[in-house]
Design a protein around this ligand. Structure first.
Ligand code: C5P
Length: 398
């Protein structure tokens, strides 16, 4: 853990005395620790003792010119690898959940893009309070990690859940977390992922498209990247923010998506998660179409099948070609048929019969390879991405 920099936020709880021991243990493991102390935290531990143990100066004021040169709070979070909040009171947890930034600690937590680990410590009733539990759920959904709390006797004499985890265990959990983050089994691989819908223009302002949100494809691209693969995400129009991938290529039509895929070869892995329109407009109109008083016909022309094209390439075919099959009936049969028709290696079949997949957070997958099939049950799209990437990792590393 040499040179790993931890920004250690100490908030106001009686358990703050354990923070001193935690800092000591972190330093023993060669972490570099810089502390931020909230106003109420300073009622329990002093800046002097923290400074002596951490070996670095302690920050506490948001508007102190000496401490905070211009955008100092952002700087503080930028120079760290990880932010640890220990002890984390119900108050700071609720501030993170609601995006309140009214002191240095909460502002740092809002301004950071680094991983955050929260170690709660509070009275059992405060911990079990519905609003705390709601806020904890919010934080977890936002990707914030938790260590503890533990059950046991509390400083106030009550017994229950809410005790801060012991320093040794906190440090072990942090090391485990960092090891997990550094796990890069796909670091020598490159990947292409297609996501979202395509738009097939009728005239300059009207188009045919579908309800795909892109969530599943984005989750897969981010997971592949996270595992070390150099990932190019080729996305149709979505309302999602830019994901953390090596390259994002925004496209509109199926033709553009195919061109972008071809231009991104060679790749080891290709996951075609986009809901590509099967047809484009054959007789596209170059100026805005006007009402004529008569019915009009649109002629549809079949789009190229990107998954099939990439799968059947003679040269530069990705080693692992993965597609999706959104079906309203005979999911299993159709997914198996699609696998052989398109020449891909794996298909993730999903049932879209009651419009329960597009734009939703969950997916129910029927996983098909040439050798075997699996039913995955209801999962979040992130979990589907995790499970799929685990399979990709195992497949490519054997
Ligand atoms: O044939 P169907 O549209 O059901 O196939 C779905 C799979 O094929 C998905 O992986 C989708 O991304 C891909 N596909 C494609 N190009 C198309 C149509 C579908 O890559 N034109």
């Amino acid at each position: 853990m040499e040179n790993k920099k931890i920004l250690f936020i100490i908030t106001g709880g009686i358990a703050a005395y354990k923070s001193l021991e935690t800092i000591r243990e972190l330093r023993r493991d060669n972490f570099n620790v810089t502390c931020v102390l909230t106003k109420s935290g300073s009622e329990f531990v002093t800046p002097l003792s923290i400074e002596s143990i951490s070996g670095n100066r302690v920050y506490s004021e948001l508007f102190d010119l000496n401490e905070e040169h211009k955008m100092g709070h952002i700087q503080l979070s930028r120079m760290s690898d990880l932010i640890l909040v220990a002890p984390a009171t119900a108050n700071i947890i609720s501030k993170i959940a609601y995006g309140i930034a009214d002191d240095l600690a909460s502002t740092l937590l809002m301004a950071t893009d680094k991983p955050i680990i929260v170690v709660p410590a509070m009275n059992v009733r405060m911990w079990l309070n519905k609003s705390t539990q709601r806020n904890v759920e919010t934080l977890k959904k936002d990707g914030i990690e938790f260590i503890g709390p533990e059950s046991g006797e509390m400083a106030c004499g009550e017994y229950g859940e809410g005790r801060m985890t012991e320093p040794g265990k906190i440090v072990d959990e942090i090391k485990k977390y960092i090891d997990k983050q550094n796990f890069r089994p796909l670091k020598n691989q490159t990947a292409i992922v297609t996501a979202g819908p395509t738009r097939e223009m009728i005239d300059p302002v009207r188009f045919i498209s579908n309800e795909s949100s892109g969530k599943q494809g984005y989750a897969i691209a981010e997971m592949l990247q996270h595992l070390g693969a150099k990932t190019t995400l080729i996305s149709g129009p979505t309302s999602l923010g830019a994901p953390k991938v090596t390259k994002l290529i925004n496209v509109h039509s199926a033709d553009q998506m195919l061109d972008a895929c071809e231009a991104s070869l060679p790749a080891d892995i290709a996951v075609c998660a986009a809901a590509v329109a099967d047809y484009k407009i054959a007789n596209k109109i170059s100026s805005k179409f006007k009402k004529t008083g008569n019915d009009q016909k649109i002629t549809l022309q079949e789009n190229p099948d990107i998954l099939e094209r990439l799968s059947k390439r003679n040269s530069l075919r990705p080693k692992l070609m993965i597609g999706f099959a959104a079906e309203t009936e005979n999911l299993q049969d159709n997914a198996i048929k699609k696998l052989s028709k398109k020449g891909c290696d794996w298909i993730l079949g999903n049932n879209v019969s009651d419009n329960n997949v597009f734009n939703q957070e969950t997916n129910k997958i029927f996983f098909v390879t040439k050798q075997y099939t699996e039913k995955w049950g209801l999962m979040s799209k992130k979990e589907v991405a995790q499970k799929l990437c685990k399979k990709i990792t195992t497949h490519l590393n054997h």
